[in-house]
Design a protein around this ligand. Sequence first.
Ligand SMILES: [Ca+2]
Length: 210
Amino acid sequence: MKTRYQKLAPFRLGCIVFLTLVPVRDLQCQDNIVRNGSFEALTFEYPNYWTGVFGVNTGIAADGVTSAAVDFAGEFVAQTLGTVAGQTYHVSFAVSGNSSSPGLSIVQLGWGGSTVGDVTWESPYTPGDGRNFKWQYGNFDLIAASSSTLLRFERSPASTSAGTWLDDVRVLQIPEPSFLALSVLSLFAVLVRWTRPSRGNPARHASARV
Ligand SMILES: [Ca+2]
């Protein structure tokens, strides 16, 4: 005959998997600290909250209908973020270009005043209307050094394509590892306590054997 523990084991396992996934789900629920990261909010055709030297594409986008264009050497788009010193953030963004010309569109990512990486988009070179966007996403985990961090995107001088476009910029705070570890340890403690066989009342067992 199955014990109470054996009967409940599959149910418990399901609960444990579910609860363990909660912190992972929360990673996806963090707020984007970039304002107007999709370049959709415009004032006189200029994206709110962004500074720099850049253009705007309408009808060309990885998200929504608008994107930024840093088509020429020296062009850039930037925004200062409110951050927490020592906190890790996940940075993601989409890069594309004019597919009617061959070449590479390379976007350099600046974080806190330093260039920390780049993303390369290679034109599929499909002459026509140039709208084979094939957006290429970059993903970076970066640590903030202070309470404000400059986020900056610039067309690399090594780019050879006809255009360099940027969209869907997101910066999400990554929960501290200690939080995740604490969650797992808490679940483990619950599991151990729940699965421990009941020893009952020794005094009562002794009495029953008499
Ligand atoms: Ca957009």
